[in-house]
Write a protein of this length. Structure first.
Length: 401
């Protein structure tokens, strides 16, 4: 029948983790003749190119960019190369359980409009030791070795401890190909789920959750290629790391794709040194996201950035907003415009590394007396009619910061 599933792995200086991921893919229960794996190398300077000399039990294609093109472009290159109707997008350091591809394939046989994510059964796994591991990572690795010592061959334990104590300055693998394929890496893994509370409340189909696009994290998703063709590829204007996947997820959600969680198989992210999160870079990309989609439900995430509202509260507020907009949009014309200005001001103040305060003035509301008066008139009207409680709460919260 030919290729039905294309597994696209993006990689930048992740050797040998990317090789371990490929070893694990060889154990997939899905028919290997119907599955291709594409490794797109974003100008790695490590040993990643040597992978092209290896053979695997599935059709394999190595694509290299000689200059770093970034996360969006590298994913788009992989999509362009894909022959399968079903795409699985992964970071190259993800190890998949044997039934992973088969599970995702099955979902897409019953509904062609799905985006299937995997954040609930997410694990962190130590497969390579890095001298650059921080103290927390070293403690975690040694703790796992101690608690699960029966799962790890004695010679391996002795070797790992001796090399750590020696103060080695080079990284080294903790497992062999055979041990990876025997799933020994699970001994040095710990469960690190995302969005657990959201799934507990809304279920794996995320019914009534207004921001399912936040689940579209391309370290681990699957969808049909025709959905990408319908909404367009990853936007390539983002800089560095972050939000290129959410922005695609948002377009998919608005197009009508159904975003669901697959809770049945686990994925293992191979630990590597942690770079200090650059809040400014993240905010740059989220502001780009908001400029591309200057909508209430995108801006409302500003309340999470300042830790003032939970996922649930933001989702409930969007539900309330959409209900009023469907029934009586004239009631909140100026509140909508005002809240959008306040959301943007929050993100911009964070980006400029300033304290988030005095937002009425920064947003321009304070200096436009007519607009300000209309906002507060709509606020009073909502209160009198016992409507828009969550919108009023958000408005009051932001103007009183």
């Amino acid at each position: 029948m030919g290729i039905e599933v294309s597994v696209i792995m993006i990689s930048h200086n992740k050797y040998p983790e990317n090789l371990f991921s490929l070893y694990a893919l060889e154990k997939q229960t899905f028919d290997h003749s119907k599955m291709e794996v594409i490794l797109v190398d974003d100008a790695s300077s490590d040993e990643t190119p040597t992978i092209n000399n290896q053979s695997f039990s599935f059709p394999f294609k190595y694509v290299r960019c000689e200059e770093n093109v970034g996360r969006s472009k590298i994913k788009n290159i992989g999509i362009e190369e894909a022959k399968g109707d079903i795409l699985i997008l992964l970071d190259s350091e993800m190890i998949l359980e044997p039934s992973f591809v088969e599970q995702h394939y099955s979902y897409h046989q019953t509904n062609e409009n799905l985006v299937v994510t995997g954040v609930l059964q997410h694990y962190c796994s130590y497969t390579v030791f890095y001298p650059e591991f921080n103290k927390r990572q070293r403690r975690k690795l040694l703790s796992l070795m101690k608690r699960r010592r029966k799962w790890i061959p004695k010679n391996n334990r002795i070797l790992i401890r001796s090399r750590i104590k020696s103060g080695t300055t080079t990284k080294f693998p903790l497992f062999t190909k055979e041990e990876i394929q025997l799933e020994r890496y699970k001994a040095l893994s710990s469960h690190m789920p995302s969005f657990r509370e959201v799934i507990e409340r809304y279920g794996v189909e995320l019914k009534d959750y207004k921001m399912p696009w936040t689940f579209v994290i391309t370290r681990n998703i699957s969808l049909r290629k025709k959905l990408i063709k319908a909404v367009g590829a990853f936007y390539e204007g983002f800089q560095g790391h972050g939000f290129e996947d959410w922005e695609l997820g948002y377009r998919l959600f608005k197009y009508g794709a159904k975003i669901i969680e697959n809770p049945n198989v686990s994925v293992y992210h191979q630990e590597h040194p942690k770079s200090k999160e650059n809040l400014r870079d993240n905010l740059t990309n989220y502001l780009t996201f908001l400029k591309l989609h200057p909508n209430f439900d995108v801006g409302a995430w500003a309340l999470d950035w300042i830790k003032k509202k939970s996922y649930f509260e933001i989702s409930d507020m969007i539900t309330e907003y959409e209900k009023i907009m469907a029934e009586s949009p004239e009631m909140i014309t100026n509140i909508t415009k005002g809240l959008n200005a306040l959301f943007y001001s929050v993100l911009n103040e964070l980006y400029e590394n300033r304290k988030v305060t005095n937002l009425l003035s920064i947003s321009g509301i304070e200096n436009n007396l007519e607009w300000k008066e209309l906002i507060f008139k709509e606020r009073e009207n909502l209160i009198n009619q016992n409507m828009g409680t969550k919108l009023v709460e958000a408005l009051d919260l932001l103007i009183n910061l």
